[in-house]
Design a protein around this ligand. Structure first.
Ligand SMILES: *Cc1c(COP(=O)(O)O)cnc(C)c1O
Length: 243
């Protein structure tokens, strides 16, 4: 059975309630927290329902699906030009290989790449973007968990890499992203989020990225209330929107 608009709206209001509660616990303003709907596990009909429910920041974690969806979205928007008020924007949230960068840069309404974690990847994005006359907003992905994880720069190397990324002509370093380890108890994700926030504040104090450097992308379906308590400004939520 496909997901319905009513289901999505009920889930959205539950997520907003949980975010508001987490904000109340931590003295934050819910206005400062955005949501990227990660649509990797649902079909395009569900993506359209998200738009109907007012969600316009969409995320995918694989290049091919991102490209296909963004194209399908252009057709959809062309048909519904006068009905959809807010602008749609796409976020690439998953690991990105250098040989796929050019496809991502072709995506219409690309908002941000969340997963820049090496100098070579940053170089590739910047040089291709430069040639195309584009400026690309990126986040640097940091591996904040103790356990082995494939992606993200190590905490100890993060500041140096952030300085380099911020220096590229055609990139705007807008902040940091982390994936917490998959754990049964969301409390176990807290240390990773706190670590990312510390790094973020250190970098802000050093003026890395300048005024653009404002985004802390952390928190998924399992752990977003904890991420909010620890300072997240952008949540990436999939499952909790659709189930
Ligand atoms: C799938 C995914 C999410 C969302 O995960 P859920 O547990 O479905 O909320 C967030 N970030 C990234 C990078 C993902 O791949």
């Amino acid at each position: 059975m496909g997901v319905t608009r009513a289901k999505i709206e009920a889930n959205l209001s539950r997520i907003r309630d949980n975010v508001a509660d987490a904000c109340a616990r931590s003295g934050r303003d819910p206005e400062g927290i955005g949501l990227v709907a990660v649509t990797k596990a649902v079909d395009f009909d569900a993506v359209k329902l998200l738009l109907d429910a007012g969600v316009t920041s969409l995320g995918e974690n694989r290049v091919q699906q991102l490209v296909e969806r963004a194209d399908a979205m252009e057709d959809h928007l062309a048909r519904r030009r006068n009905e959809l008020p807010a602008p749609v924007a796409w976020h690439m949230v998953g690991h990105l290989q250098r040989n796929k960068v050019r496809h991502v840069l072709d995506v219409p309404r690309l908002a941000m790449i969340h997963s820049v974690d090496s100098l070579r990847l940053a170089e590739e994005i910047s040089s291709r973007a430069g040639r195309a006359g584009q400026t690309v907003r990126v986040l640097m992905e940091v591996n904040c968990s103790q356990e082995e994880q494939k992606h993200g720069v190590a905490v100890g190397a993060a500041t140096h890499l952030a300085e380099m990324i911020a220096g590229f002509e055609s990139l705007r370093l807008c902040g940091l992203m982390t994936m917490a380890p998959l754990v049964d108890d969301p409390e176990n994700a807290r240390a990773s989020f706190a670590r990312l926030r510390e790094l973020f504040e250190e970098m802000q104090a050093e003026k890395i990225g300048g005024d653009d450097f404002r985004v802390l992308s952390m928190g998924m379906s399992q752990d977003y209330p904890v991420a909010v308590e620890e300072g997240a400004t952008l949540l990436r939520i999939g499952t909790a929107l659709f189930e």
